[in-house]
Design a protein around this ligand. Structure first.
Ligand SMILES: NC(=O)C1=CN([C@@H]2O[C@H](COP(=O)(O)OP(=O)(O)OC[C@H]3O[C@@H](n4cnc5c(N)ncnc54)[C@H](O)[C@@H]3O)[C@@H](O)[C@H]2O)C=CC1
Ligand SMILES: O=C(CO)COP(=O)(O)O
Length: 342
């Protein structure tokens, strides 16, 4: 039995995937109308339109009902609500549970990663039993059974392999990675760069601009990640570059969409109130902006995105500020290895 906590697009797609693998699946929904729709119509039109779900998926608004009798709990609740939901899960969780954290973001108040939030609220689980799941995975495509890859991350190999075995299928190739922090930061920080890429598209700029944002964006994601203790190579992997590429370039991305709308001149408040879906990059921008100041790391694209989102800087002015920054070298490592010898 697998429990999925959160029935937005991603929780629903993961429930679909697990049910296709033949597991009994229960899913918790925040909205009672979503519970009724999944149980009666086998659809979730608000958060995953166009998909018919296997009838074996049972939805409930009761965490007691959903969590009883399962070893695996997949959490897919938006980042800023995760702690409050985890607090309600706590009395129902034991040392035997494995928690698979599928959300992407940072808790803006504490600046903590979501696996840390879960560990704090669910201290009864074994060390390493909160496993991050992250990768280039639009829910719409996983639920359409389009071949995809993802990463499960925990330093405890036996848990990583157990969850890899649980989720792997001919349509979802699952890799393991011990760098849980790096995998989570890739999944969180790429949303900021996807917002910036969307802004660029909304302003009518082209492929050159987007390639620049993706490449320099990855550099600053890795820089902040390294300062926080993540492994730099993780950012070149599926949960880093892979997810950044898919989010910045996909028609499915809510972050890229929100960026495009900003670039076209709509206000952030207007954009966010026009959707029930979560645009995680907005709060992640706030968190990353503060983290980088604390760690004294340069993250220019994130800083400008912050200014556009929260300080009223017009998107076009934001692009000028990026282009007119003080000139610099592309790669400090290469510079250290070469220019110093001349
Ligand atoms: N949609 C996708 O393709 C993917 C999403 N993710 C991540 O999964 C997480 C969940 O996102 P989605 O499933 O896309 O959600 P969504 O954007 O489809 O739906 C929003 C979700 O927020 C829930 N919600 C609203 N108010 C709430 C509250 N007060 N307490 C608890 N939940 C509340 C709604 O019930 C709904 O499930 C996010 O962190 C997202 O970044 C990760 C991979 C893929
Ligand atoms: O994380 C995702 C794809 O891997 C989903 O991105 P969006 O939240 O921008 O839709």
């Amino acid at each position: 039995m697998i429990a999925v906590v959160g029935s937005g697009g991603w929780g629903t797609a993961l429930a679909f995937h697990c049910a296709q693998k033949g597991y009994p699946v229960k899913i918790w929904a925040h909205e009672s109308e979503v519970v009724t729709e999944i149980n009666r119509q086998h659809t979730n039109a608000t958060f995953l339109p166009g998909i018919t779900l296997p009838e074996s998926i049972q939805a409930s608004g009761s965490l007691e009902e959903v969590l009883s009798g399962c070893r695996y709990v997949i959490t897919a609740v938006p980042s800023q609500w995760l702690r409050s939901v985890a607090k309600k899960m706590a009395p129902l969780i034991t040392r035997n549970h494995l928690i698979i954290s599928a959300s992407k973001g940072l808790e803006v108040q504490s600046l903590k990663t979501l696996a840390t939030v879960l560990e704090e609220e669910l201290p009864m689980v074994e060390p390493g039993a909160v496993i991050a799941l992250s990768g280039p995975n639009h829910a719409e495509e996983v639920a359409r059974r389009i071949p995809s890859t993802t990463v499960v991350a925990t330093p405890i190999l036996k848990f990583a392999e157990e969850v890899q075995d649980l989720l792997i299928s001919p349509l979802l190739r699952v890799y393991t990675n011990p760098d849980r922090l790096g995998v989570q930061l890739g999944g969180a920080l790429k949303n900021i760069i996807a917002l910036a890429a969307g802004i660029s598209d909304g302003l009518g700029f082209g492929d050159n601009t987007k390639a620049a944002l993706i490449t320099r964006g990855l550099a600053e994601m890795a820089r902040l990640g390294a300062a926080m203790g993540a492994q730099t190579p993780t950012f070149s992997g599926l949960s880093g570059m892979g997810d950044l590429f898919v989010t910045a370039s996909s028609k499915h991305s809510r972050n890229a969409w929100a960026g495009r709308e900003l670039g076209k001149g709509r206000s952030l408040a207007e954009i966010l109130s026009s959707t029930k879906m979560v645009v995680e990059g907005v709060t992640t921008t706030q968190a990353a902006y503060r983290l980088a100041r604390e760690k004294q790391v340069e993250i220019p694209i994130t800083n400008i995105t912050y200014q556009v989102l929260f300080e009223g800087v017009p998107p076009l002015e934001g692009v000028s500020r990026l282009m007119e920054r003080v000139r610099t070298h592309e790669m400090e490592e290469v510079v250290a290895a070469t220019y110093t010898w001349q």
